[in-house]
Design a protein around this ligand. Sequence first.
Ligand SMILES: [Zn+2]
Length: 333
Amino acid sequence: MSPAPVFDKPKVELHVHLDGAIKLETILYYAEKRGIPLPANTVEELRDIIGMDKPLSLPEFLAKFDYYMPAIAGDREAIKRVAYEFVEMKAKEGVVYVEVRYSPHLLANSKVEPIPWNQAEGDVTPDEVVFLISQGLQEGERDFNVKVRSILCCMRHMPNWSPEVVELCKKYRQQTVVAIDLAGDETINNSSLFSGHVQAYEEAVKSGIHRTVHAGEVGSAEVVQQAVDVLHTERIGHGYHTLENTTLYDKLLKENMHFEVCPWSSYLTGAWKPDTLHAVIRISMQPSPASFQTMRKRSSLTDCTRPIRYHSQSLNCQSDDASNMTEQDRKNS
Ligand SMILES: [Zn+2]
């Protein structure tokens, strides 16, 4: 039986990864249809293998994507369907506005170097991935009455993809795309300074594309500083380690920087150790426009109230805090 909802008001989600929110049934369906081997034959087995409810190392975490992304990447029907089903899922969770993010290159099998997931070369380009996902999201918006926007991710270890990412943001800005993001392993030394990323974010500023950056989740306050100073980010994905630099934190508070925080995700990635005071407690006590998010870095094991429940119980806060923050998101969106 599902636990009683701790938060049953309309929700806004600003930080959720499409490739972590794919229905397990859909993964099984396309793996079978396309003859792609999976380490599981049923939803339950697949949930056991690619689901996540305890902290993992980075290689363990990345291995989960290796299992299921080949079932979806490079297939036009699958790519559009996961976008459409994502909106359906959000409607069921009571979400009224969502910004979903993904890397176009990680779903492509053509004009992408290197081709991800050991796929053979095909004819689905990053450009067509954005076209298909935008179509799926827009059809979902119409059918499920959820307002949907999308964010295109650059990947920290692939700066050569980033200039195309910002061009795709510009090309598809009328078709749900509202911002650029930088995701991936933020412990790669000085990756915010890689010229491909810098060039893409400079073009985003010039073209009026909004900007967010994953920073300060497992990386240091320096990564946050670079996201602000070099990449001109307008929101910070996580940002917990900002607190290590009080000058920077005070400056960002004054500038009304928005922190997209996710206690559940920070537990899973080891960014937060459960025996310590969580950074979100300090952040949420300040008048900063932070928001609680689900992240969905892995497959559909939780609904979006789980982080709020986790926040309320494990971090000893009131669900009203989450309610206030979500209401704030709605006003900001
Ligand atoms: Zn994220």
